[in-house]
Write a protein that binds this ligand. Structure first.
Ligand code: G6P
Length: 596
């Protein structure tokens, strides 16, 4: 979590940094800060709150200078305070640092810097002080001190430091992303960011910093950039890559929130998701068929789409695959062999737990194929092959269009594995067009009436079976994230083994009733809940007398997980707005979870 943007070039740095950091706000929004270098003075402005809130009082654009660093924070060490906001300075104010990740050994480092004056509770603040210490006590120059400091840090992280004395900028990567943007023609303009979207408006030319590497931009010698290994110090040659990625709009485009805009974009994103290269789909389907064990791995919502895949592969391809939450994957390492296949699913391609799972897989020579939504992400580069799910930039922390796009690609893979790729495509094209019809203002209004009815409910239960059991779990995530409601998903058959005791008069229970072999059992389970006073909200293609409120969805066969999650996305949005919460920025969460 946390977003970093840095700039060196002819333009006013604060303008570029302000725009860039706003784009990266999805990575954390506890506090924001910018430091620029004008003459030989570093000036810092920082405060708690989102970018616009902090900017309204601080006026970041008042910062002069053509060199600067910026940061948006998701707190790990130290509360949400102005002091803990980045950038952090050394004692002399000549070195400023922004950082993403965790310095696991910050306490030991801080203990060794006894004479330094610390102003925050963050792990990050040890970095500028350590650089300062290494320069003063060991006589290292700025670059050597940054290298040594980076090598001293334990844990996954990345940071960018500027020095007012040497007018250099140094970036070091040890586990979290940093990408360099270069001006199309001149070699005097450089961008550094956690994610390319922070500078794609200015350039498509990028260079990727890999783990244990550093980059130094030296303003004194005409903005020259040099790459080197953190460990050996040897110079590295880097390839310039042209990014041709249509990110899609990153603006709200007239909607009040990104969340509802992205829900509505599902009118088009399902069709975009299934627009895949057949040869590649068939090749990965073959990999799955011949693998000795396939693991689908993801976190949060992506973890739930992996679970959907497990059911889809059983139902459609008669193939046993395993879905595993990424943070648990290492516990399966004893089963991994070079014949194992891993399919890693991630919207951002930067989630720390998934990256660690990939490391574990790679250590056992497992082939890794990723399903991603962000081009150029760390996972893309760490995988043997990848699919883009083509959902376009997803800005709301709560995943919606990327989720249904992932499910669409996973469904396609299941059909391809069954030798029925064309059938799968037709099914999904039909689902895409059904979603297009479904997402109209009347539908949203009908769901907003239900949101009003549920406004003061403290608990919401969701039940599903088969391919829609993981959708019940995903629906619970949507309601938890946006409305801060206790929402829990269950396999409907498990109700009688405990959760039924929680149902009393008026408890809302959403029953996802697909028109498949699970339908009758689902109706029976909903009836049991109703008999105990439960208020039944049915998500189904057809109404049923057991439903107190019916959310109609199109009958799209085995693509039902795609259409069944959409009404809950809309419901969660409306409850959140009615409760006065900002659905784009759920408290305590961030979109890109780059710490374990
Ligand atoms: C965070 C986000 C979720 C997302 C999860 C995994 O928790 O808030 O929306 O599902 O991370 O992220 P990924 O980028 O790997 O899909």
């Amino acid at each position: 979590m946390c977003g970093i943007v840095a700039y060196v070039g002819p333009k006013k740095a604060s303008e570029i940094l302000l725009k860039g950091i706003k784009t990266l706000e999805y990575r954390g929004y506890d506090s924001v800060g910018i430091a620029t270098l004008a003459g030989n003075i570093i000036s810092v402005k920082k405060d708690i709150g989102k970018v616009d809130e902090a900017n309204a009082t601080l006026n970041f654009l008042a910062l002069e200078g053509n060199i600067g660093i910026a940061h948006t924070r998701w707190s790990t060490h130290g509360g949400v305070t102005k002091e803990n906001a980045h950038p952090h300075l050394d004692c002399s104010g000549k070195i400023a640092v922004v950082h993403n990740g965790i310095v696991d050994n910050h306490q030991q480092i801080r203990a060794g810097l006894g004479s330094h004056r610390f102003l925050s509770q963050t792990d990050t603040e040890v970095i500028p002080h350590l650089i300062e210490e290494l320069m003063s006590k060991e006589g290292l120059d700025f670059v050597a001190a940054v290298r040594k400091a980076a090598n001293t840090l334990n844990g996954r992280s990345a940071f960018v430091a500027i020095s007012s004395e040497t007018r250099q900028m140094a970036a070091a990567r040890k586990g979290t992303p940093l990408i360099i943007g270069l001006h199309e023609t001149s070699n005097e303009e450089f961008f550094i960011a956690s994610d390319v979207t922070a500078f794609l408006d200015y350039t498509n030319k990028v260079m990727y910093l890999d783990d244990n590497e550093m980059a130094v931009v030296d303003v004194k010698i005409d903005g020259k950039i040099a790459f080197s290994s953190l460990t050996s110090g040897n110079e590295l040659k880097k390839r310039v890559v042209d990014i041709h990625w249509h990110v899609g709009s990153t603006e709200k485009e007239g909607y009040d929130h990104f969340l509802i805009k992205e829900v509505m974009e599902q009118k088009h994103t399902i069709a975009a998701a299934i627009n895949q290269d057949d040869t590649k789909i068939l090749a990965v389907a073959n990999d799955i068929k011949s693998a000795f064990g396939t693991f689908f791995v993801g976190c949060g919502t992506a973890g739930k789409t992996c679970m959907v895949a497990e059911y889809l592969f059983s139902k459609i391809a008669r193939k046993h695959i395993n879905s595993v939450v990424a943070s648990e994957f290492s516990n399966y390492k004893h089963y991994l062999t070079p014949k194992t296949l891993m399919i890693a699913v991630s919207q951002s391609g930067e989630t720390a737990d998934v990256l660690e799972a990939i490391d574990v897989a790679k250590s056992k020579s497992v082939r890794v194929v990723s399903l991603l939504n962000v081009f150029g992400s760390t996972m893309m580069r760490a995988s043997d092959d990848f699919f883009m799910v083509n959902a376009g930039a997803e800005r709301a922390v709560v995943s919606t269009k990327a989720t249904t796009a992932q499910i669409a690609v996973l469904t396609l893979l299941a059909y391809a594995t069954a030798g029925k790729l064309q059938e799968g495509k037709l099914l999904l094209m039909n689902a895409a067009s059904a979603v297009n019809d479904m997402l109209n203002p009347r539908y949203e209004e009908h769901i907003s009436k239900l949101a009003f009815l549920l406004l003061n409910k403290k608990d919401i239960f969701i039940i599903g079976r088969g391919i829609n059991y993981p959708i019940a779990l995903e629906a619970a995530i949507k309601l938890q994230e946006t409305c801060y409601t206790h929402a829990q998903g269950f396999a409907a058959g498990e109700l009688k083994h405990g959760p039924l005791a929680l149902i009393d008069e008026g408890t809302p229970c959403i029953a996802i009733v697909a028109n498949d072999e699970t339908k009758q059992d689902m109706i029976n389970n909903a009836t049991e809940v109703k008999a105990r006073g439960g208020y039944i909200i049915g998500i189904a293609p057809e109404n049923n007398e057991v439903f107190d409120y019916w959310l109609k969805v199109p009958d799209v066969g085995d693509a039902s997980p795609i259409v069944n999650i959409i009404p809950v996305q809309i419901l969660a949005y409306h409850i959140a707005v009615m409760r006065g919460y900002n659905p784009d920025y759920p408290r305590n969460l961030a979109k890109s979870v780059t710490v374990k």
